[in-house]
Design a protein around this ligand. Structure first.
Ligand SMILES: [Zn+2]
Length: 453
């Protein structure tokens, strides 16, 4: 992996310890559209104090930002350790290769990596993510124990490695300790090569509380269920019940693979999303990761709960999962967010591009995600705004974007790159997603602290 220099240039770290900033942008994405001459003011806690469009003559002390300003996106699904494996599984040695054979090889990495190695891999990864336009990441964390399966003396050693990496890299983090109990619907024990993952409901809750007790700046926690195949129904219900009054997000892998759908049908008589909607009191804190194989009835059932869906286009393509039914999920109004999952890409523009291109290839149409009938003719603008809002929900945030009270997490586009030079404002996001091959952010800001690139 190459590592680039990402140096915080301004501001201090820690709640209440930031240097308030007055910034001015010729163009900024405010309330779902481009607005001109925007004065942006941060507070000592790294949030937005005031955001005022139409300020043609900014105060003398306001710093002029060198390009159009976008809010940063949340990367809603990450397994940081898998970054060490990206690019190393693109050789087929036998007659068949699929998700399950990839998983066996991925476990080889999972069984070896130490807390120090995880911190090193995650620090590099999180820097790459920030350079790629993500200012926050949700870490679906199931690699808990020592390689022989015994708990570390500090049970939170691996989680702490991730939290330290996020702080070193300058990215916000929602850590989601994962409930992982069994190898499959009919396999009540874990496989030997899953021994680092074992958790109970009590342990997941106590890990969440421990992470919060660290009070590390920029780090928060929710919980996750690995999948229906990896956790018993009664345990999922118990975890949901224990979290009923907690504001933190709850994530779950679901319906990524047809094999998982078939196994769930055989074990329960229901498809995975159907089972989840029928047996767990879902709400807006819940985020279903992948949801690749969903019927129209399942999509409507999720929409009625307020839960969101995390789509991971480059990983889903890489693993041969199947194609997400983007038009139907968008039409149902389900909050959507983007995850980089196995990290074959660390840039959200690539994820949005592939999300749309998958639809174009099978439908033989263009601009499938655009919605001119509701005033959204730009494909990238519609997808970006959807992922901005859905990503915030996946991270457990109430406020999002360039609005007072939201974290001052944003990107300054580099319009000096050839692909963006001279592009009209209304086409900038489309050009970034569909016609730009290199990261095109001149600056990234996280909680009011500036990094470059
Ligand atoms: Zn995943």
């Amino acid at each position: 992996m190459t590592s680039v220099t990402h140096t915080p240039l301004q501001g201090a770290t820690g709640p209440g310890g930031h240097t308030p900033q007055r910034l001015h942008a010729a163009h900024a994405w405010v309330e779902g559209r481009w607005q001109a001459e925007v004065l942006l003011e941060t507070t000592p806690d790294g949030s937005w104090g005031a955001v005022t469009p139409g300020v043609k003559t900014p105060p003398a002390d306001a710093q002029r930002l060198p390009g159009p300003v976008l809010p940063g996106l949340v990367n809603a699904h990450s397994h940081a350790f898998q970054r060490a494996f990206a690019g190393l599984a693109e050789r087929r040695e036998g007659t068949h290769d699929d998700f399950w054979s990839w998983r066996d090889r991925m476990y080889g990495v999972a069984l070896r990596i130490t807390p120090d190695e995880l911190q090193a891999v995650a620090t590099t990864l999180y820097r790459e993510m920030r350079a790629g336009g993500y200012t926050h990441v949700c870490e679906f964390h199931y690699l808990h124990h020592a390689p022989d399966g015994t708990p570390y003396p500090d049970r939170g050693a691996m989680a702490r490695a991730l939290a330290r990496a996020a702080q070193q890299a300058g990215i916000g983090l929602t850590l989601l300790p994962v409930l992982y109990e069994r190898a499959g619907f009919t396999q009540p024990q874990l496989r030997a090569d899953q021994r680092r993952f074992a958790t109970t409901v009590d342990q997941v809750i106590s890990m969440r509380d421990e992470i919060r007790s660290w009070r590390m700046s920029g780090v928060d926690a929710g919980v996750a269920v690995h999948s229906l195949r990896a956790a018993r129904g009664e345990s999922i219900a118990a975890l949901a019940q224990r979290c009923a009054d907690d504001p933190g997000p709850v994530h779950v892998h679901i319906a990524e693979q047809t094999g998982e759908v078939e196994d769930c049908l055989a074990a329960t008589g229901q498809r995975p999303i159907e089972w989840l909607c029928a047996n767990v009191p879902l709400d807006a804190r819940w985020h279903l990761v992948h949801a690749t194989h969903a019927t129209p009835a399942e999509i409507e059932a999720v929409a009625r709960t307020g839960a969101g869906v995390v789509v991971c286009p480059t990983t889903e393509a890489n693993l041969g999962d199947g194609l997400f039914d983007l038009p139907r999920w968008l039409a149902a109004g389900v909050p959507l967010s983007i995850g980089s999952d196995s990290h074959v890409s660390r840039q959200w523009p690539r994820e949005l591009q592939l999300l749309e291109y998958g639809q174009r290839l099978v439908q033989r149409r263009r601009n499938v995600a655009a919605a001119p009938e509701s005033g959204e003719p730009s494909t990238a603008q519609r997808l970006f705004q959807a992922m901005l809002q859905g990503g915030a929900a996946a991270a457990g945030r109430r406020k999002v974007g360039l609005v007072p009270g939201a974290l001052a997490d944003f990107l300054v586009m580099d319009t000096t790159v050839d692909a963006l030079a001279g592009v009209p404002r209304e086409n900038l996001l489309d050009a970034l997603v569909f016609a730009t091959d290199v990261p095109a952010f001149a600056q990234t800001w996280v909680s009011g602290v500036r990094y470059t690139p």
